[in-house]
Every structure is written in C-alpha cells, then in structure tokens.
Design a protein around this ligand. Structure first.
Ligand code: ADP
Length: 603
C-alpha cells in the first residue's frame, strides 16, 4: 500500500478546514451586509413613495395626465428614481422613463396590486430590460379625501448595492487570500510541530532497531510526546541491559565450553548442530565455522555419534557409549548424551559430551598387561623352584651330586626372582618419585657418572672380551641425580654388552648440544628390528625373549631407564638397525643455575 507522509495528511486537512471556515464566513458576511443594505434601500424607497404620492392627487383628480407625466419626469430627475403613476383602472397616468402616458394596459406589477388593495407596501426586485439592470420597486396609493385616485410606483436601480457587494467581494478576496496564506504558513508550522517529535522518535526507534541502544531519543516539548520518548528510552535501556546480560552469559558459556577438555556437541531436534566447542571440532577434525547450523549427518560423518543422538532423541537419554575414531592414531571417545529441554520442559535437542579415553584405556591395558607379565615372570622361576624342591622332598634324589645341582638351579631361580623383584621395586620407586614430582637434581660433572657405570659393568664386559670406551669432556656438567643416572647408564651398558657378540666394542659418550646434554651408549651388536622400537621401553617388553632370559634379563631395564630420563626432565631415544647395532641416547636438559634445588616434575 502506498503510504503518505503524515505532513501531507495533516497540512491539507488544516488548510481545508481553515479555507472552508474562511469561505463560509465570507458568504455569511456578504449575505448579511447585502440584506442590511437592501432593508435600508427598501426603507428609503418606501419613504420616497410615501412622500411622492401627495404630489399627484390634484392632477389625478383633475385628469390632467400630461401634468402627471411631466411631474414624474421632474421628480425622477430630482430623486433619480423611476416614477410611474397608475390610475385606478390600471392604466398608466405617468411614467418618468416613457412618454406614452395613459397607454399601457399591461398586467399590473404585484407591488401595484398590493397598493391598490390597500394592504401593506410590497417590494419586488426585477430585471428591467430597458434599463438593463436590476430594479427594486414599491408602490403607494394616491389618496384624496379618503378616496384612492391611483397608485404611485417608485423603482430604483439596485446597482449601488451590487457595487457595494462586489467591492466587498473584492476586499474579501484580497483579505481572504492574505488570511489563507497566513493560515497555510501557520498550519504548515503546526503540522511540523506535531510531526517533528514523531519524526525524532521514528529516527530513535530506527537507531534502537539497528542496535544503538545507548543513544536515547531527545525529549520533545509536548508532554504526551515527552512521556512516549521517555518510555522508549526506558525500554531501550532495559533492552540494552538484557542484551548485555545475555551476551555476557553467552560469552561465559562459550568461554567455559571452549576451555573444556571434553568435546561438547549440541544438536536440535532436526539434528542440526547449534553448538560445538573447540575440543569437539578438534576431535572430529572439522571447521568450527562450517558446521554451525549444519545437519550432523553431513557435518560430522560418524555413524556411531549419529546413532547415539538418534537414540537419545527417542528415549530422552541419558545414553553412554564409546566411539572409535580412525585418525592418524586410533582415538577412543567416551560419549555421554542427554536430552535438552526448554524452560517449559519440552525436548529441544541433545547434548553429547565426549571424553578422549584413549590414554586411559591404554594405561588400563598396560596396567593389566603388567600384572599379567609380572605374574608370568614370577611364575616361571617359582614353578621351577617348586618342582625341584618337591622332587628333593619326595626322596627320589639320593645322589648328593644331583642334590647340589638341583639346589644350584633353585638358587639361580631364586636369584632371578630377586632380580625381578629388585627391578620392580626400583621401577616403582622411580615412578613414585616421578609422580610426586620429587627428585633431587643438582648440577654436577657427567664424566664421573659414566666412569662409575662402566666400572660396574667391567666384569660383564671382561667376560665377553668387550671394550667399553668413554668419550666425555671433563668440563661437561648437567643437572643430575648421580646415583639414579648411574643406574640408568648401567642398564644401557649392560644391555649393550648383553646383546653384542664377544670381542665387540661399546661406546659411551656425552656432549653438550644447543638445547640439551646427550649421553649415548652405542654398540655394534645384534640391533633391533624397526617394528619393536615403539614399544621397546614398555615394561617386560623383550625383542628376543629367549636371549633375554638366557642373559638374565628381566625386561624391565629399559622401562627403568625411561623413567630415570623423565625424572631428570629429559627423554630417551633409540636408533637401531638389525645386524648393525644400536644407539640409546639420553637427552637431559642443560644446567641453568648452580647449586642443589628441589626439582618439581609434573608440578
Ligand atoms: P632385558 O632385561 O630383557 O634386557 P630391557 O628392558 O633392558 O630388558 O630390554 C628390553 C629388550 O630390548 C631386550 O629384551 C632386548 O631384546 C632389547 N634390547 C635392549 N637393549 C638392546 C641392545 N643394546 N641391542 C639389542 N637389543 C636390545
């Protein structure tokens, strides 16, 4: 619909009202003035007729109509009135504006008839064709001694009244035009005064709608408008407060969601995503911008997640399940889904919280593997001891030679048990220290530690005729726990000797690099196939079980080394090629300041 501006509705209406009033007033005034002038004119005409009547009685009585006619002309010249005298038979005895006295037998005009009948004076307004103007006529009886001799009729042009009325029209037109112009100006300004505050409020409302709620509407002068503007400003303030609160709440929620480690995905009943935090987008490797508002079927193509959401939508939840993601590495998620409800308690969607339990499950597996491994490791020597002891107890071994041999085996298995338990205790002690974050590290020379470890392994090296060479600057220092580091190095050197052929060589070296201090133990032994390297530092993991057992290994040596490296705030790496040898490297952080201190790990 085509809408008109308010000013074009108000202004013409004002103007029309004003002009109608003006025209009505003008008509009324002119009518009133004309009627007043006419009344005066009639009175004047009646007075003339009254005065003129006695002038004619003598001549009429004598029948001297020529004289009557002449007198008519004379009096007309004096009074500027058309004078006619009628005899009682209706014929004209004299006419000031015609010479045919006594000739007319025309029907008598109404004012003459009225006079003849002796009733009141009558006035009649007629167009005089001969004179070409409107005339007002009246008549009066001519009496003598109580008898009516005839009637005198006086007519006068109404032109002066017409002229006066026209002049009035002229001035009314001039005045009216001026007044109309004034009215137009005033009504324009009044319309503007009404519309301006409305316009201001309209602008204010547009500002509010565009979000600029802090720019209030100016208060107009008119009370009602000022109250309306005040109400709008109050509404804007309240709206601003509410929006601010809502934004703050949303920001807080977003901050909480985005800083959560758990992934959170919320979908509506149509399964379109309306919230997904950073952790969830990382887990499912999707672009957070793109998934917003998209269907879960297209945004995250995980059938298990879709299944869980569908189930929760149906049942209202809660639903718990595990989801497996096949990324670079396998990721296991624990999903907890629950139905979302609005304030009225109606279901509006589903929220799913996802926990990455990959590490947890791995730890659980390692722990249960560990228990199984420990049991297995302990079982072999215990079974062996039990077997020999039972054999000896049932008295079937008489020979002292056999008895000594059996006891030797029992002692060896007991040693093995002892070694395993020693290693387990060492491992658990180091692990505990690592977990609690307590281990005394102090800056000290590295070379003496290497020499100590090599010396302890000396007997084993000699038994296989293996030369162990040390390469380390005397000045090299690191932040170390010397006995612990020595223990780790013993394990590495012992392995290097164990898995090298007789007559081989083992290199123990240490040097400072840009970012750390590296201690290397290299051998030219059997080496380790690549597929074993990732799991090499796990407890009880052995590449060649038979060889390890034969060499008295527990499978715990490298696990201990790994924890010792961690305790030092460092790490352990391995490079190895089957048949070429292996190099184990301990990376220790460089010393920063001198003096002993309590190092907090994981703290
Ligand atoms: P073990 O007591 O069996 O030596 P470790 O934890 O010390 O246990 O070592 C785990 C496994 O790693 C060993 O069983 C062995 O197969 C392999 N290994 C360790 N060091 C070496 C090395 N220097 N050369 C070859 N294989 C090694």
């Amino acid at each position: 619909m085509l809408r008109q501006r308010l000013i074009w509705q108000l202004f013409p209406a004002f103007l029309l009202i004003a002009l109608t009033a003006l025209v009505a007033a003008a008509l009324f005034i002119t009518q009133a003035v004309r009627s007043h002038l006419l009344t005066q004119f009639e009175q004047d005409l009646a007075a003339r007729a009254l005065l003129l009547a006695p002038q004619f009685d003598d001549h009429l009585a004598s029948g001297d109509y020529t004289e009557v006619n002449a007198l008519c002309g004379l009096l007309d010249a004096a009074t500027e009135a058309h004078i006619m005298v009628y005899r009682m038979d209706g014929s004209i005895a004299g006419d000031s504006r015609s010479d045919e006295g006594g000739a007319s037998t025309q029907a008598l005009p109404p004012e003459v008839l009225t006079a003849k009948n002796g009733t009141d004076m009558a006035f009649s307004e007629r167009e005089n064709r001969r004179e070409g103007q409107t005339m007002l006529y009246t008549a009066y009886p001519i009496m003598r001694d109580g008898a009516m001799l005839g009637v005198v009729r006086v007519g006068q042009s109404l032109a002066p009244i017409s002229r006066a009325v026209q002049a009035m029209y002229f001035w009314l037109l001039i005045g009216g035009t001026l007044v109309a112009a004034g009215v137009a100006v005033v009504s324009w300004r009044v319309s503007h005064r009404i519309i301006h505050p409305i316009e201001q409020m309209k602008q204010g409302a547009i500002r509010f709608a565009s979000g600029k709620l802090d720019m209030p509407v100016a208060l107009p002068e008119a009370q009602e408008m000022a109250e309306l503007a005040e109400a709008m400003n109050t509404m804007a303030r309240q709206l601003d407060d509410r929006i601010r609160t809502a934004v703050e709440q949303r920001n807080e929620q977003e901050a909480i969601l985005s800083s959560m480690v758990e992934g959170v995905v919320a979908v509506n009943r149509q399964q379109h995503i309306f919230s997904m935090n950073r952790a969830a987008t990382r887990l499912f490797e999707v672009d957070p911008e793109r998934v917003q508002g998209k269907s879960i079927h297209f945004a995250i193509r995980n059938s298990r997640l879709i299944e869980i959401i569908g189930e929760t939508l149906k049942s209202g939840g809660p639903v718990s399940a595990e989801i497996q993601l096949h990324k670079e590495r396998e990721v296991l998620l624990q999903a907890h889904a629950a139905g979302l409800k609005n304030a009225a308690g109606e279901p509006i969607g589903v929220v799913v919280v996802l926990n990455d339990v990959t590490d947890l499950r791995r730890l659980e597996r390692i722990r249960s593997d560990f228990v199984a491994n420990v049991s297995h490791e302990l079982k072999t020597p215990i079974t062996s001891i039990k077997g020999f002891v039972e054999t000896m107890l049932d008295g079937s071994v008489d020979n002292p030679e056999d008895t000594r041999r059996f006891l030797g085996i029992v002692a060896k298995q007991a040693d093995r048990l002892h070694t395993i338990i020693e290693d387990l205790l060492t491992l658990s002690r180091i692990e505990r220290e690592e977990e609690v974050g307590e281990s005394y590290l102090s800056e000290g020379a590295v070379r003496p530690v290497l020499e100590g470890a090599v010396q302890i392994c000396g007997a084993a090296a000699d038994s296989k005729d293996i030369r162990v060479a040390i390469s380390c600057a005397d000045t090299l220092r690191a932040r170390i726990n010397a006995p612990l580091l020595e223990q780790g190095l013993i394990n590495l050197i012992d392995n290097a000797i164990k898995y090298s052929d007789a007559g081989g060589e083992v290199q123990v070296s240490a040097e400072e690099r840009n970012d750390d201090v590296r201690i290397r133990v290299s051998d030219r032994g059997c080496g380790i196939p690549g597929e074993h390297l990732p799991r090499l530092f796990e407890r009880f993991y052995r590449v060649d079980k038979a060889r390890s057992r034969a060499a008295g290994g527990t499978g715990l040596g490298l696990a201990i080394v790994k924890h010792i490296a961690h305790t030092h705030g460092g790490r352990i790496t391995v490079e190895s090629r089957p048949g070429e040898g292996s190099t184990f490297t301990m990376h220790l952080p460089k010393p920063k300041s001198a003096g002993p201190e309590l190092r907090i790990i994981n703290g």
